[in-house]
Design a binder for this molecule. Structure first.
Ligand code: BDR
Ligand code: CA
Length: 315
């Protein structure tokens, strides 16, 4: 089993991703750490607890993390995940307590207790991970890989068509805390970056049969996803919005779901038009080799991914 930490900001798609990770027989979810992102950290922490209770996995610690980006004010998400941050599923108030540890410390302790074995799935601004690396730089070589929903790399028209940040070419998780992304990108940790290029243009959608199965399933997580799809559809968005972060879980389960290519990548941390933009140096000459070399997703097998996702949620 692959050991993972989920660093997230639930958020409807983070919530479905948590359910998927908890149910996967291939993954061992050691900890969930929450951060400011889609919503303030109190909301994202409560929503993570709601998911562990929904799935009966209160054995998994949930730790509350950073309240703000490292050096900036938190922007307001132009996209809504509903008044509860979970597509208005209105799950019961959680009874389970948060971990006594801060998310940054839980990340550090979990990595040290499982050296060279843990993948961090980062489906949120990278504030917690950057702070953990600042506080305990010795953990960097002990992290097996970071798989992140992060960036937009201009590989195809979809990279910026559905840009989620609030500048024309930024992705939300990097846009919220570009300084944190810059630190993590430069950490030397092997990284798989799933950008908007592949995270937001599903060549396939949920079939009518999938939707019906989700609707009639006895699993509350299936009905959660069905409601999320209804929620985004009613607001003029497509169903992919409900499962963006799930692609990180899919890649953790089966890395062959995506094709990756190594590129030198930089993060724009200056204010203005390009704040939060992830710039890929794809030149064959005069390359900025000082930029970190990261594995960028260039394609995903959506059909296979959706099949995996639906079967896991219905299981
Ligand atoms: C990211 O933005 C958030 O709204 C989603 O949860 C996802 O992590 C995509 O840019
Ligand atoms: Ca997220």
């Amino acid at each position: 089993m692959k050991k993972i930490i989920m660093d997230c900001d639930p958020g409807m798609d983070d919530s479905v991703a948590i359910a998927m990770a908890m149910k996967s027989p291939e993954l061992s979810l050691l900890a969930i750490t929450t951060v400011n992102g889609n919503y303030p950290v109190d909301v994202t922490s409560k929503n993570a607890l709601k998911m562990v209770e929904l799935l009966g996995r209160t054995d998994i610690p949930v730790a509350r993390g950073m309240e703000h980006p490292m050096v900036r004010q938190s922007p307001k998400d132009p996209f809504t995940h509903g008044v509860d941050g979970q597509a208005e599923n209105f799950l019961p108030e959680p009874k389970t307590a948060l971990s006594d540890l801060h998310a940054v410390d839980l990340i550090i302790e979990t990595i040290k207790a499982n050296p060279y074995e843990v993948n961090i799935l980062c489906t949120a601004p990278m504030t917690n991970v950057a702070m953990a690396l600042n506080k305990a730089p010795e953990i960097a070589p002990m992290i097996e890989r970071i798989i992140a929903i992060s960036g937009a790399f201009g590989l195809n028209e979809y990279a910026f068509l559905n840009a989620t940040g609030d500048t024309p070419q930024s992705e939300w998780n990097v846009y919220v805390d570009p300084e944190a992304a810059d630190i993590v990108y430069h950490s030397g940790i092997p990284m798989t970056l799933i950008g908007l290029d592949v995270a937001t243009h599903f060549g396939v959608n949920f079939s009518e049969e999938d939707l019906k199965m989700l609707e009639i399933s006895a699993n509350p997580e299936a009905r959660f996803l069905r409601q999320a799809i209804r929620f985004v559809n009613e607001r003029g968005f497509e169903a992919y919005c409900t499962v963006i972060d799930c692609l990180a879980v899919g890649v953790a389960i089966d890395p062959t779901i995506v094709d990756t290519k190594p590129f030198h990548v930089g993060v724009e941390t200056k204010d203005g038009l390009t704040l939060g933009m992830t710039v890929r140096d794809g030149r064959h000459h005069h390359i900025w080799t000082e930029l970190p070399m990261l594995d960028i997703c260039v394609w995903a097998e959506y059909e296979r991914f959706l099949k995996l996702l639906v079967s896991m949620i219905l299981a």
